[in-house]
Design a protein around this ligand. Structure first.
Ligand SMILES: [Zn+2]
Length: 375
């Protein structure tokens, strides 16, 4: 036996495969040192180094490929030095497939109080122990280099919504200067891909300008950031539709923080490839399930004697083995297994949604079969 046709494709290559004949949707394969990510694909979020409530084995069983972890949270606890001493984040959390780390920018700007922003970076008070922490582009990259994730994100300024045009202009320009500092600070470019983040708020010309200047830097991938920060959904569609066309076709395109059916479908139609959101596990912890495009509260009395599976079309461990009535019972008595099973199903559901879109693009049926999400 020979393996003559297994040409080695360099890490961080994005291979384009099928192209939708109607929309800009595409399928592809993103190569990383820890394996391939088949796109479009939803990426579950493991903020502090765990997809909440689920074992890596369970997460893998529902088709997860790349997962997320968060630089800000892992820096606060347990600290990147400890993770590095453990052999890096993959080994520490026992995830052998690709990992993407967020830069911490979003959390520094949204979660921490008492922050002071300057050209240098951001100083904020740790919510854990009250000590002052200095986050700069260099610091964020050092931490991500120590964690050893496959994809690392540039440290960006995340302005709130709404923000004025001049605030967005200033913040977008600073994000660009910070990106250049991130590139200089990055010490492992052959092992970790640094992605740039397009900001620009709701202003199409600023988004375009930001995208065009980032593309000049020829990065291994690009993200659209600053969405899902409280703006109405139609604005998310506008931002994505106004930004994606300016990102290179031969690079992976990542829409940050979006995890609802419609927004994912619309973004795929605009040519985006990967998505992340805490929604599936957050809903799971509240007893809410994503079923066939809807959200069901399984605590509801209507499930009390419903012995059918949560979703008979789903092949996850939850749906193959347990009834709605049992899940309703677990939630009523507040047993942790209930939250675990629903979280597992929810993660499975969003991955399956993107996988079904992938299959439809391959058959060139995406625009028809997913029309109800696109219009
Ligand atoms: Zn399921």
């Amino acid at each position: 036996m020979t393996s003559g046709n297994s040409a080695v494709i360099p890490a961080f290559t994005f291979e384009r495969l099928a192209q939708c004949g109607t929309t800009k949707a595409r399928t592809g394969r993103f190569h990383t040192p820890h394996g391939i990510v088949e796109t479009p694909r939803f990426m579950p979020v493991g903020t502090v180094g765990t997809i909440k409530g689920l074992t890596p084995q369970q997460v893998e069983s529902v088709g997860a490929q790349m997962i997320l972890a968060n630089t800000y949270h892992l820096h606060l606890q347990p600290g990147e030095d400890l993770v590095k001493a453990a052999g890096g984040l993959h080994r520490f959390m026992n995830w052998s497939q690709p990992i993407l780390t967020d830069s911490g920018g979003f959390q520094v700007f949204s979660l921490s109080k008492l922050r002071k922003i300057s050209e240098e970076g951001v100083i904020f008070r740790s919510p854990r122990d009250g000590r002052m922490i200095d986050f700069t582009p260099e610091r964020s990259i050092q931490i991500q280099n120590a964690l050893g994730s496959d994809v690392i994100m540039a440290f960006d300024e995340c302005p709130p919504y709404p923000a004025t045009r001049s605030q967005i202009r200033e913040s977008t320009d600073r994000t660009y200067r910070w990106l250049q500092r991130c590139i200089s600070a990055h010490e492992r470019p052959t092992e970790q891909a640094l992605f740039g983040i397009v900001q620009g708020g709701v202003y199409p010309d600023l988004r375009r300008e930001a995208a065009e200047s980032l593309v000049q830097l020829d990065l291994p991938g690009y993200a659209i950031g600053g969405v899902s920060v409280g703006e109405p959904a139609p604005l998310i569609h506008d931002i994505v539709n106004n930004t994606a066309p300016f990102l290179p076709e031969n690079k992976l395109r990542y829409l940050m923080g979006v995890g609802t059916y419609r927004e994912i479908a619309v973004a795929i139609a605009a040519g985006m490839d990967v998505f992340d959101c805490v929604i599936p596990t957050r809903l799971g912890r509240h007893g809410a399930a994503l079923v066939q495009g809807e959200r069901w509260n399984l605590k509801n009395a209507r499930f009390k004697e419903d012995f059918s599976s949560l979703d008979e079309t789903c092949s996850c461990y939850c749906c193959e083995n347990f009834s709605r009535a049992y899940l309703n019972h677990l939630l009523k008595v507040k047993e942790m297994l209930g939250y675990i099973l629903i979280s597992l199903h929810n993660v499975a559901e969003l991955i399956r949604f993107t996988q079904e879109i992938r299959d439809a693009i391959e058959r060139d049926r995406f625009a028809v079969e997913f029309a109800h999400w696109l219009n």
